[in-house]
Design a protein around this ligand. Structure first.
Ligand SMILES: C[S@@+](CC[C@H](N)C(=O)[O-])C[C@H]1O[C@@H](n2cnc3c(N)ncnc32)[C@H](O)[C@@H]1O
Length: 273
């Protein structure tokens, strides 16, 4: 059962087992066209666990001894692509439309709810540090523990910081020396201003308080409509009246949630209750 001699492909039945497990644990729907993706991402783990096929690996990760391996497998399934100042229009809107009109009664609270390796939250933090005249809080979460840990460290190769505006790069990042040559680190002041934690959007949320702005970008695409609706319902409950939601530019809430009205492409406002 292999596409080439190196990477075996799961049978239809094996793929279905993984599909159901991933949907149950993460809410992510993996269509059958993603069979090769599943295979590419998990094959090394089968080898590391010294297991022959996907059926055996599935049984292992479902067993009590395989619990740690289950977390590893689920993390490998997530797609963590991100970059600094991705979808620049959102940062322009934050800077030009939201912050100048914000009337402080409490600190301005932002949540980056699929924060990946930290490029999105640090981009937000740079804008807040530069432009927000009141206290602010920035919470950042992702289901993938490994990317959350990377985000906390805040070290990125030079190539990855190209999109940071030069002034922000000067103010908020430091070039690595010695073994860190070729890397850049976000300054401690900014790292410490951001709270990182793991959170699964597919489960009930803990008490995080209410937010003025939520970034939920490039993650809804991985869910089927009924799960999207449930996530958006929970996000809506976490927003202050008039709160704003940013989604990815290829994502739309049309026909998915009636809790939001569109403001601009990929920008929504909570409908008052
Ligand atoms: C493509 S990245 C998007 C990162 C960033 N928001 C951006 O737009 O650049 C998607 C992120 O969603 C996370 N994710 C996937 N399923 C999730 C879930 N059920 N709960 C929380 N995060 C999830 C992944 O781990 C990944 O880091």
């Amino acid at each position: 059962m292999s596409a080439d001699n190196a990477t075996p492909i799961p049978t239809d039945q094996e793929f279905q087992l993984f599909q159901q497990l991933i949907q149950q644990k993460l809410g992510i729907f993996l269509p059958v066209q993603k069979k090769a993706l599943l295979s590419n991402r998990l094959w090394k783990r089968l080898q590391a666990c010294d297991l022959k096929g996907f059926g055996e690996y599935y049984r292992f990760i479902q067993s009590p001894q395989g619990r740690g391996e289950l977390s590893t497998a689920l993390e490998l399934i997530t797609t963590n692509e991100t970059y600094f100042f991705r979808e620049q229009k959102h940062f322009d809107y934050l800077q030009d439309e939201i912050l100048p009109n914000y009337r402080p009664g409490h600190s301005f609270r932002v949540w980056s709810a699929a924060s990946s390796t930290g490029e999105e939250p640090y981009s937000i933090a740079m804008v807040l540090k530069d432009r927000c005249n009141c206290d602010w809080e920035l919470l950042c979460s992702d289901v993938n523990r490994t990317v959350v840990e990377q985000a906390k460290i805040g070290i990125y190769p030079d190539m990855r910081v190209r999109n940071i505006p030069p002034e922000y790069l000067r103010r908020f990042c430091r070039k690595g020396v010695g073994p860190q040559t070729g890397n850049v680190r976000v300054i401690a002041e900014l790292r410490q201003a951001v709270q990182f934690f793991t959170l699964n959007l597919h489960e009930d949320f803990p008490d995080l308080g209410k937010f003025d702005l939520v970034f939920l970008r490039n993650v809804l695409i991985y869910f089927e409509n009924d799960n999207k609706t449930k996530i958006l319902e929970r996000i809506a409950d976490k927003l202050n009246p008039g709160g704003i939601l940013f989604v990815g530019h290829s994502e739309s809430l049309h026909g998915i949630s009636n809790r939001f009205v569109p403001v601009k492409p990929a920008i929504y406002r909570l409908v008052g209750r």
